[in-house]
Design a protein around this ligand. Structure first.
Ligand SMILES: CC(C)(COP(=O)(O)OP(=O)(O)OC[C@H]1O[C@@H](n2cnc3c(N)ncnc32)[C@H](O)[C@@H]1OP(=O)(O)O)[C@@H](O)C(=O)NCCC(=O)NCCS
Length: 219
């Protein structure tokens, strides 16, 4: 995968490239994680080089990064799984093998998103949506059934004493609340299929995630 496109950053078009990441990108990939997931997000959850090596060796098609002027500004990683092997209430460590993706199944029917992030400077420029679009294209190209992933709900932690994560998600879908990740995923055409209550060690989301799907319209 390699494509060029213009983002609109602060009202101005900026040329960007989306491509597969390689071993020479590993330091820059970790910088992107550090900038994108500041505390209280646990730094142990940022990529390490061993995980990144597994991503590019096991499923290079699912290892995408975005670049502007030679600098990485965002990335997205996935693996293939057979959805029937996992329940809807799965957790991130199980389905993503704690980020090592050694459970990648080349004959799986589902592209599972392990991570997507954009550095704060380039947020709302459209690059997150373009990364997602590029992964949808990969789903179509490989003839898979769907893309699936757990969306963090960083706005839920502050509301956890008032409502269940299911109610929170319903209110975001109803437009009564906005969530920085779930509202983004809705804009990307992802459909909610459930809530996982013990998804990831993630204080801001009270460890919860919305499991959200995009179905291949051709399959
Ligand atoms: C979630 C994230 C990847 C979005 O990336 P982004 O590049 O800012 O998103 P885009 O600019 O492509 O936005 C796409 C759409 O989502 C909307 N959107 C983006 N961030 C949003 C937010 N915080 N609140 C509401 N809507 C948002 C945009 O307005 C845009 O809508 P449009 O298509 O109608 O113009 C980015 O905010 C991020 O890296 N967050 C931290 C890491 C993280 O939590 N990742 C999710 C792991 S599950």
């Amino acid at each position: 995968m390699r494509k060029e496109l213009y983002l609109i950053a602060e009202g101005k078009p900026v040329k960007s490239i989306i491509r597969n990441y390689n071993q020479t990108d590993f330091d820059a990939m970790i910088d992107v994680q550090r900038d994108s997931f500041p505390p209280p997000y646990p730094s142990e959850l940022w990529w390490n080089k061993e995980q990144l090596l597994e991503h590019i060796s096991r499923f290079h098609a699912g290892a995408l990064c975005a670049e502007v002027d030679g600098r990485l500004i965002g990335s997205m990683t996935g693996l293939l799984v057979n959805l029937a092997d996992y329940s809807h209430a799965h957790d991130w460590n199980t389905i993503a093998d704690s980020g090592y993706i050694r459970n990648h199944n080349p004959s799986g029917d589902t592209l599972y998103v392990v991570d997507i992030c954009v550095i704060p400077e380039y947020r709302k420029s459209g690059i997150g949506k373009w990364l997602m679009q590029s992964m949808y294209e990969t789903v179509v190209h490989l003839g898979l059934k769907r893309l699936l992933g757990g969306g963090r709900m960083p706005g839920y932690g502050a509301k956890a004493h008032e409502m269940t994560p299911e109610t929170y998600l319903d209110q975001v879908i109803a437009g009564e609340l906005k969530d920085p990740v779930i509202s983004f995923l809705l804009r990307c055409g992802r459909m909610p299929v459930g809530v996982a209550r013990h998804y990831l060690d993630d204080e801001e989301s009270n460890n919860c995630a919305a499991i959200m799907e995009w179905r291949n319209p051709f399959n």
